[in-house]
Write a new protein. Structure first.
Lengths: 104, 495
């Protein structure tokens, strides 16, 4: 069986890539995709912890949590894309740097 | 136990939300201020339905939600906030939009999210409730879809909000991995039963949770979204952001930190104390240079969050008695701050409906054109600054007094010094109103009777809490003791 550490390292790498994407990408859609990466890392973590739980019992909290994370992430993306479209209609750009009328 | 009667007030709120959405769907030409009054009536029904729950025995729903005095306290607060915001919005929204059903419906949904955040005692439920509130707020902030500032505000808010949720969730997943459970009591027991003290996963998990909830209550350095979201949002939503979302964030923090994480207080208390110090200093210093009123209020509310975090730090540093009195004082400060903010925004909305100007210079000569509004604004700003006879004085005094422990004297001193700084920029606003003549062509006007009456009522509330805080204090005491009754098992402190 694959040791649990492998899953945790993988999820750590995916999460870090997501954080990097949020900080480095300037297009709002790509920022959202990076947030999705972070959420996928979370789901992976939950499923791994749930599967390797000691003592392993019928506790499905981690799996249920992962399902909820997926559902909430879908809703979040739907909402965020709607807002990005509004911004694009008003300003013809989806670049987060150009949407900076307000600062400080 | 599945006791569905525990959340009857919230059923009323949600039914009201659906009814308002349906009304506008069936009857699109309805006058939009009628929807506001319907929302206020729904919120009133919600509040009245909550009253029988005061002092009732705590009811547990399947171990995920708890309806005790703490929940009831936030229930009444949420219903009151929604009612006030609906009334403030009535004329403002009627003049600016052709569809308002979603706006008022989402106000009630957001209020329900706030109550559920206060009621949750399990991480998944707490997270879903948090997102219920946040999603409603993302939409409400961007409600003026043709307005560039409103779009920009909601984009920044949702991107940073989603980022912070992901961090919060990663923290939750690590805590789940360490403890094997998501219920607060289970976490407290598992953390207390660990051998060998701290481990890296718990520390990283707690730090990520602190960062996630820090984003939600806009604690510096996670506050970047707040001024933009406040400025771009419709004016009543700015008031809602600075009252409901802060109160809800602290409700969740209080339940989580007193119920689950208090066992590991050594790991987070210094971080919370540092956050509090940075938040209050950054908020108050950045507020000085603002020229837009909404941004000024945003930074001033960040400063207030700093004071509130002092109480959370005190829960980590003090013993059980200190923690309970600090929680009670925090709840009292939240209610004083909420009433003052609502009074301020009622007056600002009345002014904005007339002038359409949300800069500080736009208040020029208000004492002459509308002395009553100027008085309400002055009173609420004095209350923020913590001057005697206003709500802010009594609540801030009790907050600092309750939070004073040996480890935190420096922080309380810093908070007192920050109050002086804040007085400076509040006085700059008052200077505009009282020392300058109104601009050419501005004549004396009367505010809408509804807003005038609401402002008067809230002004009385500010003075009442300031002069005679006893009734409010008893209510917060009950709420705080309910909080600690539940988490009695969570108070197994490490030496």
């Amino acid at each position: 069986m694959v040791p649990m550490e492998n899953y945790l390292v993988l999820s750590g790498i995916i999460f870090s890539l997501g954080v990097y994407g949020v900080l480095a990408r300037r297009n709002a859609v790509l920022v959202l995709m990076s947030v999705e990466l972070m959420l996928n890392a979370v789901s992976l973590n939950f499923v791994a912890f749930s599967a390797y739980r000691i003592p392993s019992s019928a506790d499905a909290t981690g799996i249920i949590f992962a399902v909820f994370v997926i559902a909430v992430a879908a809703a979040e993306v739907g909402l965020a894309l709607a807002i990005v479209i509004r911004l694009f209609r008003n300003r013809s750009t989806a670049n987060v740097d150009e949407a900076a009328t307000m600062r400080w | 136990m599945r006791d569905f009667t525990l959340f009857i007030p919230e059923y009323i709120a949600i039914a009201g939300a659906i009814a308002i959405l349906a009304t506008e769907l069936i009857w699109p030409k309805i006058r939009k201020d009628y929807l506001a009054y319907a929302t206020a009536a729904g919120a009133l029904g919600w509040l009245v339905a909550a009253i029988p729950y005061i002092g009732d025995t705590a009811g547990d729903f399947e171990g995920v939600l708890l309806a005790d005095d703490f929940t009831t306290y936030f229930r009444i607060l949420a219903a009151g906030i929604v009612m006030a915001i609906a009334l403030i919005s009535a004329h403002y929204m009627r003049d600016r939009t052709s569809t308002a059903g979603e706006y008022y419906g989402l106000l009630l949904v957001a209020g329900t999210g706030m109550v559920l955040m206060a009621a949750s005692r399990e991480l998944l439920t707490a997270y879903i409730s948090l997102e219920l509130l946040s999603f409603s707020l993302y939409i409400l902030v961007g409600y003026f879809k043709r307005d560039r500032l409103s779009n920009e505000a909601s984009l920044k808010y949702i991107l940073l909000g989603a980022f912070s949720s992901a961090m919060l969730l990663y923290g939750i997943s690590l805590i789940y991995g360490v403890t094997g459970t998501t219920s607060y009591e289970g976490i407290a027991e598992a953390l207390a039963a660990r051998e060998g003290g701290t481990d890296a996963a718990t520390v990283v998990g707690i730090m990520l949770i602190v960062a996630g909830v820090g984003f939600k209550v806009s604690a510096a350095p996670f506050h970047m979204w707040a001024p933009d979201a406040y400025q771009g949002a419709p004016l009543p939503i700015t008031a809602f952001l600075s009252t409901a979302s802060k109160a809800a964030g602290f409700a969740l923090i209080l339940r989580l930190f007193t119920g689950a994480l208090v066992v590991d207080a050594v790991e987070w208390r210094a971080v919370i104390a540092a956050l509090a110090a940075i938040t209050m200093t950054a908020g108050n210093l950045l507020a000085i240079q603002q020229s837009n009123l909404k941004r000024l209020v945003a930074y001033s509310s960040i400063g207030q969050v700093g004071y509130m975090l002092v109480a959370i730090a005190a829960i980590g540093y003090g013993d059980a008695a200190t923690a309970e009195s600090a929680s009670s004082a925090l709840l009292l400060h939240i209610v004083g701050y909420t009433v003052s903010t609502l009074a301020l925004f009622t007056a600002l909305t009345a002014h904005y409906n007339r002038t359409g100007d949300d800069t500080i210079a736009g208040l020029r000569g208000l004492a002459e054109t509308q002395p009553f509004l100027a008085l309400v604004i002055t009173a609420s700003l004095f209350s923020f600054a913590g001057l005697p006879f206003f709500a802010g004085f009594a609540t801030k005094l009790l907050l600092f007094q309750a939070s004073t422990t040996d480890g935190l004297l420096w922080l309380v001193g810093l908070a007192a010094a920050n109050s002086f700084v804040s007085l400076y920029y509040y006085l700059m606003v008052m200077r505009q109103m009282y020392l300058f003549d109104p601009p050419e062509g501005q004549t004396r006007f009367r505010p809408a009777p509804l807003l005038g009456a609401l402002a008067g009522l809230l002004l009385l509330g500010v003075l009442f809490i300031g002069v005679y805080p006893q009734p409010a204090f008893e209510a917060t005491d009950r709420a705080a003791s309910a909080l600690f009754e539940v988490s009695a098992s969570g108070l197994l402190r490490l030496p």
